[in-house]
Structure formats: structure tokens, C-alpha cells
Design a protein around this ligand. Structure first.
Ligand code: MF3
Ligand code: CO
Length: 257
């Protein structure tokens, strides 16, 4: 359990704060673009970490994961059956057929943003490409339900419905979060929810949609050696995309993707 914060970040951000998170999100996206342009077969995940660190610093930001609750690297790189929180390493070399999530989070001028993308390395099977595509569609289905005063549960239900309709499962106990003034703020954002439940999204709320979509069971195990990396319990593949989104008076605005 984490220590209670003395100052609790507000769920609703001001226009100025959202402008700051938007700038942070631009840096976050530029970092992911740098990864996208260079990621390839034969590269180690340590090299992805170097790209993320160097690009973020060059753009005037700080990688939020670095030393966050003891996380040792600047980015999470989760390959194949790793659900999330994969730690970059010289020993993990990208092979043809791999699917990998690169999860980038940036602090820029004090504002936090968080988004992740999947990459297909070399020749990826049709089965695994479908998982990657459906995981992205799940985020988009969720985004369609982000509007002022809509219940959060309706958004999560849309994500879950799309995953299950495609024969996949959604991880329950790890989810999204408020973001902007801190890395992880309230509320916890679930994608295993009933429509019409949960808090009604106020304009100015900023949070992530980042469902972890598993080809098999939604159950997972956590690496006992490093205490971070999450694996599917059945060894089957997992995919995840993540956006930072703001609720606006009219609907929503994507701040990082
Ligand atoms: N987007 C991930 C999350 O919100 C990033 C985790 S970074 C880590 O959980 F440092 F916490 F691993
Ligand atoms: Co996140």
C-alpha cells in the first residue's frame, strides 16, 4: 500500500493544467515516434530504453518510470506473454514474430502523460496480428464512450465487450488511472465494468485507457525475481495500447497516443 499523499491531486484539471498535460503528451508521442522509426529485429529492449531516455531528455522532459517506486529503467517493454511492466534488458533481443508493447510516460514542465503502442517485429502470425489490432480497437471503443457526465463503467464495458466478442479476456486487477499532476492519480480505471456504473466523468478529468487484452486467461503472475514484470498465467499472448484522454465540455480530447 502506498503512503497517503499529503496533497491529493484533483480529479478535475484547469484549462492551464490541461494545456501543460497536452505539451507533455506531445513529448510522449514524439518519443514513441522515435521508437517506432528505429525498432527492429535483433535490437535489445535495452536499446529501446536508450532511445526513450535520450529522446525524452533531448526534448526537455524526464522519463516518469525511471526510479518510480524503484523501477530501474525509463520505459516498460513487454514482449509476447508479458502483460505489462517488462524491464528493458540487454538479454532480451527482439525476434521475428514477436509482439511488443512499449509504454512511455513523460514528465514535462511538471506535467505527466502516459501512452503506449504495440509493435510487430518481422513476420508476425495472423493470430498475433489480430490480437494487436483488436487491442487497439478496444481503446477506440472506450474512447467513443468518453463524454461529459457519462459513467466510467460504460466506457469500460465497451472495451470489455469488444475484447470478449473477439474471444479475448481483459485483465481485471491492473488498469488505467488519472494522470497529469502525478503519474498515477485517482480514479482507478477498470475495463471490466457494467454500463451505467462508476463515477460520472466531469469535464476536465484526465485519465488513461490502457486495457491489457489476453489471448487466453485474464489471470497473471508477477515475476518473483524483479517484482515488476507481469506475465499471463497460461503463457498465451497479451497486447495493450494506451491513451491519455481529457474529458471536455463537448466530448473528449486525446492528449497522448
Ligand atoms: N503505463 C504504465 C502504468 O500506468 C506505466 C508503468 S511504469 C512503471 O502502469 F514504472 F510503473 F512500471
Ligand atoms: Co498508465
Amino acid at each position: 500500500m502506498r503512503r497517503r499523499r499529503v496533497i491529493k491531486p484533483r480529479i478535475v484539471k484547469t484549462k492551464e493544467e490541461i494545456a501543460g498535460i497536452r505539451e507533455s503528451g506531445k513529448v510522449n508521442c514524439a518519443v514513441l515516434d522515435a521508437v517506432a522509426s528505429r525498432i527492429k529485429e535483433g535490437m535489445s529492449t535495452e536499446e529501446i530504453d536508450e532511445i526513450v531516455y535520450e529522446t525524452t531528455i533531448k526534448l526537455g522532459g524526464t522519463p516518469a518510470p525511471l526510479h518510480y517506486e524503484g523501477f530501474p529503467k525509463s520505459v516498460c517493454t513487454s514482449v509476447n506473454n508479458q502483460v505489462c511492466h517488462g524491464i528493458p534488458s540487454r538479454d532480451v533481443i527482439l525476434q521475428s514474430g514477436d509482439i511488443i508493447n512499449v509504454d512511455v510516460s513523460t514528465i514535462y514542465k511538471g506535467y505527466f502523460s502516459d501512452s503506449s503502442r504495440m509493435f510487430c517485429i518481422g513476420e508476425v502470425s495472423e493470430e498475433n496480428r489480430r490480437l494487436v489490432r483488436v487491442a487497439k480497437e478496444c481503446v477506440e471503443e472506450g474512447l467513443k464512450e468518453v463524454a461529459p457526465w457519462k459513467p466510467m463503467g460504460t466506457m469500460g464495458a465497451a472495451v470489455n465487450a469488444h475484447a470478449t466478442a473477439n474471444g479475448y479476456s481483459v485483465v481485471r486487477d491492473i488498469g488505467g488511472h488519472g494522470v497529469g499532476l502525478k503519474f498515477h492519480e485517482e480514479p482507478f480505471v477498470s475495463y471490466v465494468t457494467m454500463p451505467g456504473t462508476g463515477i460520472h466523468m466531469p469535464p476536465g478529468m484526465v485519465f488513461t485507457i490502457e486495457p491489457m487484452i489476453n489471448a487466453g486467461t485474464c489471470q497473471f503472475t508477477i515475476d518473483k525475481t524483479n517484482g515488476w514484470t507481469v506475465y499471463t498465467k497460461d503463457g498465451k499472448m497479451s497486447a495493450q495500447w494506451e491513451v491519455t484522454v481529457a474529458v471536455t465540455e463537448e466530448g473528449c480530447e486525446i492528449l497522448a497516443y
